[in-house]
Write a protein of this length. Sequence first.
Length: 279
Amino acid sequence: MKLIYTLLFACLVLSSCNKENLQETETPNKKCKIVSANMVFNPGKKADVAYYRGSAVVNYDEKNNIKNIISTQDSAFTSFSVIATPTQLTLKTKYNGDWIYKLDGLGRVIYVEFYNGSIKANLNYNTEGYISTLTKIDTYSNSQTIYTFNYSNENLVKVTGISSLGLHSETLEYTYSNDIAVDLTSNANPLYYLDIIEVIPGFFGKTSKNQLSGVKQTSLQTNSGNGYSLLYSFLYTKDSEGRIISMKLSNTHLDISPGVPNYIRGSWDSIYNFEYKCD
């Protein structure tokens, strides 16, 4: 079965939920859920303004579903509460308004809306239950981008996007380990890189079988070939019972110009540590 570590954070955070019950980490003798996490951004740069850290606590209701997240630092984790109905999920955030997820008759997300409607997306599914296309509307630029999804060996391996403005194209390429997928952070979910800020497991149809290990996100101007690539890699640490207790996310930004080597604009790391409560 697919193991789900139970936490619902926004942006660079842990994410897990289920349509009926909160899914939990299973061991032969007990079930565990994440009750707190901390994050350090750029751990090697304590004297730098780019260094920060924060923590968050997750609270559950009587049915063991996530009730709210309380964060000490919104640049690390985002505080919110959850309201669920059969047709919609609403995450009420502290500073960013309500994040809306509308569901179809099968309980799958078919529409999302973030940041007071500035980012919206419609999702379609194929006959196998995977997402086939995603149409993202950006009200800031008054543009629409249609993304097409490609799968191999039960994993999402490539997404291609074309903007309605005709000015750029976007490609996302994904690599995986041999481990069975565990939903951890939004960053560790392929949909995060399509501006689906909080990816709630259990609501986005059939998902990739294996654990995400890397992402290459490339955006190019169609007229000049100039653009950039963002490279992400993930390193997981497990305890003796197989629970992921830490994740290191590394990111490198490359500028692309035709005819010259790619320029490394910058790189940074984030480290997440998780604490569990077991039955």
